[in-house]
Design a protein around this ligand. Structure first.
Ligand SMILES: *Cc1c(COP(=O)(O)O)cnc(C)c1O
Ligand SMILES: [Zn+2]
Length: 442
């Protein structure tokens, strides 16, 4: 007997509820965003302590599907999902890295990096994609879909995740990428999984407009985070962060953001934990944007509730090069509820922050570089204090961004000083020469 229940509802509050297995991406009444709404009364049948115990018991086990951090919280994510529809790669359960040296350098000794990039496809996108693809499999079984072609627009990581989960499920995948603006690794990932990859001569926002029209024509099932199923999986990062600190909220969470789905997800997770009594405190949120793609920052600085689309400029933080963020209304709510702020980082600042973190043993993608650069600013301004526990969400694995790192160390990035560049030393294979070079190291 399934006791728990979740449905789609209008995010702005229009009446009506719709099954999760319906291909629905916008409110039929107001055309606004949707959300997944849980039967909170039913979830109150367990005490907070009992939920924590259940989640602890399941944490990263071999018993299917609890090797997944997402499905270990299944009642709070997609409660009616049958085991045999779940498409999982063991996502979630990623380490929180105690950034001891970096934290000491900047005067935040309690600094932690949630390494969401240590995941099957190398980014946090796996958290949401397991839910979306599993629901599609369930819908295919129920016969509720007109198409089973999964499709997304992507800045690189969504397409990598969709292609992997689609391939694991044996479902066709098409991805729309802005040509020349994703890393080599990100391009090769969907190619390897057999997805149909379209490299379009536009930016992410241009790809997004096309995939929405394809979905409207019912040619594809839309896998972007406009689809709130993605948010449901991604919100488990909040549960994990709290669980990994023995069910205590940190003071700050810093999140590199582009389309703003993850900011919405982070709040959705904390809201649920607060309503069900697992946490009393909600951390402050810092939405970190690249200065070249900063529509949320502009709205925040102007004191506006509505995010005006802009033309995003090229940034090395390519996964957040988005000018017209789909989840802006959701993120606005998150920002207010989490007493949040928005900060931005220049290209120089993000590259330098990533290199600085790497020197302390991290291996940082440019987006995490944005988040760290914003943290440095918050610390300097005294908003983040020495006594605060800070969690920076690292959204992708640095190994996907070799071009970025190489360009830095070869001092090839225009306008970036690259003070920490480290070139290989070319020497004859002579022990004395190598020995004398090493002797200077101290
Ligand atoms: C998708 C992505 C982001 C941005 O997440 P949004 O939900 O679009 O704000 C940040 N970093 C990386 C590496 C990503 O892949
Ligand atoms: Zn509505």
């Amino acid at each position: 007997m399934v006791r728990y229940k979740a449905v789609f509802r209008c995010f702005a509050g229009c009446p009506g509820e719709y099954p999760l297995t319906q291909a629905l991406y916008r409110c039929p009444s107001c055309d606004g965003l949707l959300e997944v709404s849980h039967d909170m009364e039913a979830l109150r049948d367990r005490s907070a302590t009992s939920w924590m115990k259940l989640f602890e018991d399941r944490w990263m086990r071999t018993q299917w599907p609890y090797g997944s951090g997402v499905w270990g919280k299944r009642e709070w994510v997609a409660p009616e999902m049958p085991d045999d529809c779940i498409v999982s790669t063991g996502e979630g359960g990623t380490n929180v890295f105690w950034a001891e040296r970096l934290g000491r350098e900047i005067g935040v000794p309690d600094l932690w990096i949630k390494l969401c990039g240590n995941s099957h496809t190398g980014s946090f996108k796996d958290l949401g994609m397991t839910v979306l693809v599993s629901v599609v499999r369930q819908a295919v079984r129920e016969g509720t879909l007109k198409t089973r072609v999964l499709c997304c627009a992507s800045t690189g990581d969504t397409s990598a995740a969709l292609a992997a989960y689609g391939a694991a499920a044996g479902m066709p995948v098409a991805v729309l990428l802005p040509r020349g603006r994703v890393s080599t690794a990100q391009l090769v990932q969907p190619l390897s999984h057999g997805a149909r990859v379209f490299a379009l001569e536009t930016d992410f926002d241009g790809c997004m407009a096309i995939v929405q029209e394809l979905a409207r024509r019912e040619l594809v099932y839309l896998a972007n985070s406009m689809n709130p199923l993605r948010i449901e999986g991604q919100k488990t990062v909040s549960f994990e962060i709290v669980q990994q600190f023995d069910w205590e909220s940190p003071d700050w969470i810093i999140l590199p953001s582009g389309n703003l789905g993850n900011a919405a997800a982070l709040y959705a997770g904390f809201k649920m934990m607060r309503e069900l009594g697992l946490v009393a405190k909600i951390p402050r949120l810092c939405i970190a944007q690249a200065e070249h793609a900063n529509p949320m920052y502009r709205a925040f600085m102007a004191g506006k509730d509505v995010v005006e689309p802009i033309q995003a400029q090229e940034t090395m933080a390519s996964a957040i090069q988005i000018g017209n963020p789909v989840s802006a209304p959701r993120a606005m709510v998150a920002l207010k509820a989490m007493n949040g702020i928005v900060e931005q980082a220049t290209e120089d600042e993000l590259a330098d922050a990533a290199a600085r973190a790497d020197r302390t043993g991290l291996y940082t993608c440019p987006h995490t570089g944005v988040a760290l650069a914003c943290l440095f600013k918050l610390r300097e301004r005294g908003l983040v204090e020495a006594k605060h526990r800070v969690v920076v969400v690292s959204t992708a694995n640095g190994l996907k961004f070799t071009e970025f790192k190489l360009a830095y160390h070869e001092r090839r990035i225009k306008g970036v000083e690259a003070a920490r560049a480290n070139d290989p030393i070319i020497l004859e294979p002579d022990v004395e020469r190598v020995a004398s070079a090493i002797a200077t190291m101290g």
